[in-house]
Design a protein around this ligand. Sequence first.
Ligand code: ADP
Length: 425
Amino acid sequence: MIAALLLLAAAALIGWLLWRSWIRPLLDLRDLIRALADDEANTPIVRSSLRPFTQISADLGRIADRQRRQRRQLADEGFSLRAILGSMIEGVMIVDPSQRIRLANDALYAMFDLTRSPINRGVREVFPHPELASAIERSLREVRTVILEMRDEPRIGDTRVERHFRIHLSPLAPVGGSTPAGVLGVFNDVTEVRTLESVRREFVANVSHEFRTPLAIIKGYVETLLDGALDDRAMAVRSLEVIQKHGDRLNLLIDDLLTVSRMEHRAPDMKYCLVSLPQILDRVLEQLDSTIRARQASVELALDVEHIEVDPPRIEQVFFNLLANALKYGDAGVQLRISARQRGEEIEIAFADDGPGIPYQDQPHIFERFYRVHKDRSRDAGGTGLGLSIVKHVVMAHGGHVSVRSTPGAGATFKIALPARHRSG
Ligand code: ADP
């Protein structure tokens, strides 16, 4: 009985020793390796004092440590990458070799108004621009950067707007093998640059056209004079008068062009002072006196404002251009009415005439440079096509705005609104 008890105690002791020195550390190791595999290991605990176990435990501790550092580094890098991509104004996209989109930043979503995530979708499916997929394919095949200019025409409301993108497609460094791991696309929105370029091209074409006509006329009359008209006094005088008229027109054109360019390209140095509105209008009407009489025009004033704070010579030019137009396009006996009143913080000055008016479809464009509705009349009267553009820019430089209202056939009213006071004089 005692022997059996002793045997049992010995077996229990051996079992306990086995548990303590081998089984428990092995179970600890199993848990620890599982935790490492699951990326969850913290400080490893292998409960054993046997050297092989303490060594394995120390090694696993180092592995867990390294894993922790790498995890932190990855998290930091991920954070930095997200911060960089999120703050870029360029659209960024990474595409894998099968042309699936792997990454896209916020700017790319905004540029193409992507409402659905493009991630894991094909380039051709997301972008209806076959040239983009072809350029990516070329970058992958030739392992070089490809630059692409792409035009997009998204619909905004009822209208289509034109957008231009310049896209750098660079192959990503190959991982093993020689084919790139994908392509990095960086999208720049160059719409503004392209628009400016086309505006400049159009402007140069318009200016050349405006110069060509008077120059051709002057050249024609000079040739006529040289061909013998000089001896015919009446003919010579007529020719010189035409030459003078077109010389004046060229001068006017240059003056207007310089004014437009000064008002458009630099913040014009405005010199504000408080002046009498009736006095300024009187001066302008005096300059136009002979035209007013020649057109048998009548001018009515209804001014509820005495003083305005403006850059006087510039605002004089605005009044002159508006009144000259009313006289130019109105028939004989045209009636003009100039009224002014204060509306809140603004002073509104209206120039109304009972001339031919402006067709509705032209009204949104008449403040554009060289836009003419009554082309022959404008040219015959020496118009440069820049008068209203100058009006718009001068008024805008004053911090105001200009508008037109017209019922075709029943006159036009141009309204300018100017701030009643300017903070810096
Ligand atoms: P322009 O030198 O040709 O007069 P503007 O820029 O001053 O150039 O005017 C642009 C066009 O707007 C003119 O060619 C003319 O067709 C139209 N327009 C301007 N003012 C009037 C007006 N009061 N009545 C009718 N049409 C006008």
